[in-house]
Design a binder for this molecule. Sequence first.
Ligand code: MN3
Length: 207
Amino acid sequence: MSFELPKLGYAPHELEPHMDTRTVEIHHGKHHAAYTAKLNAAVKEYSLEGKSIEEILSGVSGYPSALRNNAGGYYNHNLFWKVLSPRGGGKPQGALATAIDTDFGSFEAFVEKFSAVATARFGSGWAWCCVHKGGKVSLCDTPNQDNPLMDVECCGKPVGCGTPILGLDVWEHAYYLQYQNRRPDYIKAFFNMIDWSVVSELYQKHK
Ligand code: MN3
């Protein structure tokens, strides 16, 4: 039993014009696929067969960086593709919308703060919106393929940044072909692809 590269819920060209076909093909078919293959090799090497990806992430600090980088790369990209949709955009509804209004003031303020976090992440990494037990939502960012589920520092804390419900890949491989160095344009485009019904489901599941 090994981890599988999840199929996309859309054809690569369907995220146009927000994300170009070639970027989706390379990002999913090469980068994400490579993280998946290397994760499976690390799982075998460290005898972690049968553990869920969440279990592996919660203990990565005890293993060499090959496990941290590839378990993170696998989980992070799974979430990334899952929350995108050709029918994305708009705003969240229901309990998630209420939580965002409570914790950020408004959806517009949330978008502004998330974009600022994603823009400020130096070099390669991720910007996250996470949910906490009780329903609060918060933002954080991590370097490389780290994420808030790992038992490594996030936001200066050892644990406690919550469970990701939305993740934005700000590695250059995620946007360079289409946007070159214009990361802020890519971040704007991201909000035109988010399927808020999927993010809401994750919110309900993990709050
Ligand atoms: Mn990536």
